[in-house]
Design a protein around this ligand. Structure first.
Ligand code: COA
Length: 196
């Protein structure tokens, strides 16, 4: 897969081509995202990046799935959607990823511009994006692009097994499953039907 991505030797001054994502790009985009949205850098969003994310958005919002190419090799991607609420159309950037060797060369800038142009054509008058507050490159990038009104979002989690009530529920379900297996293993084979 990485054969389709740019190598570290890629010169900085090459032309960036933005085009619609195509079916043959799905695996490359998925693998690039997998290398970018990692648990150490992005402790929450890495959980939701999987192949269905790429396939699903390509299925529902193909016009908002774009890739950037340099020298015919994939340098980055953007996946978005629009949300219509009370007659307002909001553009939403769901995923943006640039190959590490191509970062800080204006690739993300061009992808966002093209996506926003498309969304404006489709009626969008607001844009939204979210990222982890620790993701300084992304926060700087979006701020530089004109995004503001930052609101911090709080993520909460719970280990259900350690919860007083839910923990007992989990133990009950586990016992139930074990009892069912045990019952099946003890069930006598049914008598064969008498032959004529
Ligand atoms: C964030 C990201 C999309 C930026 O793309 P890019 O193509 O490198 O950005 P551009 O070259 O168009 O813009 C550069 C600007 O972005 C910001 N920026 C990008 N990388 C940065 C970094 N490592 N540190 C600080 N600011 C950074 C700066 O404002 C920079 O401007 P400057 O070079 O004048 O300081 C890219 O770093 C990336 O793919 N990151 C990993 C995935 C991710 O976090 N995606 C966003 C959440 S879905």
């Amino acid at each position: 897969m990485t054969d389709d991505l740019l190598s570290p030797e890629t010169p900085a001054s090459l032309h960036v081509n933005i085009r619609d994502m195509e079916i043959d790009d799905l695996a490359t985009v998925y693998h690039l995202g997998e290398s970018l949205f990692t648990s150490d850098l992005y402790p929450y969003i890495y959980r939701t990046w999987d192949q269905w994310e790429v396939i699903g958005l390509y299925n529902t919002d193909p016009e908002y799935c774009l890739v950037a190419e340099i020298d015919e090799q994939l340098a980055g991607f953007i996946l978005g959607t629009t949300i219509t609420k009370a007659s307002w159309v909001y553009g939403y950037i769901i995923w943006l990823g640039i190959s590490p060797h191509c970062q800080r060369r204006g690739v993300g800038d061009k992808l966002v511009d093209r996506l926003v142009e498309r969304m404006i054509e489709d009626g969008a008058r607001f844009m939204m994006v979210d990222t982890d507050p620790e993701n300084i490159p992304a926060v700087n990038f979006f701020t530089r692009k004109g995004f503001g009104n930052i609101r911090k979002h709080v993520f909460l989690s719970m280990n259900l097994s350690r919860h007083d009530y839910y923990g007992r529920l989990i133990a009950y379900e586990r016992d139930k499953a074990e009892r069912a297996v045990w019952k099946r293993s003890r069930r006598r084979p049914t008598k064969p039907a008498p032959t004529e």
